[in-house]
Design a protein around this ligand. Structure first.
Ligand code: SF4
Ligand code: SF4
Length: 247
């Protein structure tokens, strides 16, 4: 990689951290172009890299999610969720502008976006980009699980034609754990480990999750659930970021 690109990558990492991102990585999208284009369209093929950024959620709020029938809990979590998404979008814009200044294309994908209402997917899977960047693995919950913060993060992605240095995907550390599979109130997960050659439907029924959250929204005014984020032993404050209760 050229010195110019290495310098740019260091600068981008610093911009992300300075603006509040807790995680920064670069993914080689060429290894997943077929999947990426099947979700976001052929246009995305021109972008060989994805910059993945993550912002950690607050443990004090995530730890309260088992009480998510209480309006105070769900609305406070919603506030955090929206604020973190907004921060991610701001960081993604700053990174995109810096990349563009150097003469490359940059295309920020918002933190929370659904472009396919049938499959409930965005223009790109933030989780896949983060996984390919080496920030974590796709757990049985279909969430990105990071070694330090577990799934207690939100993600955004900037796709680019700047050939930045990419990380390597991380192997799953779920092991025999099934906590997310067992706790999900609508049994949306099959418990099958992530396999990039299988569709998401083999592991996760997104419609069951969506219907559950819609019903909660009708009843409570907001439907966020998040129990699969709460229960993962990775990243929990009680476990000091160490999955001692694993299994
Ligand atoms: S958010 Fe709740 S309903 Fe949806 S998959 Fe996670 S635990 Fe299940
Ligand atoms: S709760 Fe257990 S099985 Fe589910 S993602 Fe976390 S480590 Fe993996």
């Amino acid at each position: 990689m050229s010195k110019k690109l290495l310098t740019l990558q260091d600068e981008l990492r610093k911009i992300a951290k300075d603006q509040g991102a807790d995680l920064f990585g670069v993914a080689d999208l060429t290894v997943a172009h077929e999947f990426v284009c099947s979700q976001g369209g052929e246009y995305l093929k021109r972008f060989p890299r994805a910059i993945s950024i993550g912002v950690r959620l607050l443990d004090a709020l995530v730890d309260e999610l088992p009480r998510h029938e209480e309006p105070m809990v769900v609305f406070t979590y919603r506030g955090l969720y929206n604020t973190v998404n907004s921060r991610l979008d701001q960081v993604a814009l700053s990174l995109s502008k810096r990349v563009q200044q150097e003469g490359y294309q940059a295309y920020p994908i918002p933190a929370s976006q659904t472009v396919d209402s049938q499959r409930l997917t965005g223009a790109i899977s933030h989780k896949l980009a983060a996984h390919l960047a080496g920030l974590g693995w796709i757990g049985k919950s279909c969430l990105l699980v990071t070694p330090g913060y577990g799934p207690r993060i939100r993600l955004a992605t900037v796709i680019t034609d700047a050939s930045l240095e990419a990380g390597s995907p991380m192997d799953s550390r779920c092991g025999e754990c099934r906590k997310c599979v067992d706790l999900c109130p609508v049994k949306a997960f099959t418990g099958i480990p992530f396999n990039p050659s299988e569709p998401r439907e083999a592991r996760f029924n997104a419609n069951l999750c969506n219907q559950y959250q819609n019903k909660r929204r009708e009843r409570l005014g907001d439907g966020l659930c998040g129990l699969c984020v709460y229960v993962c032993p990775y990243g929990t404050s009680k476990n000091g970021n160490n999955p001692r209760s694993h299994g």
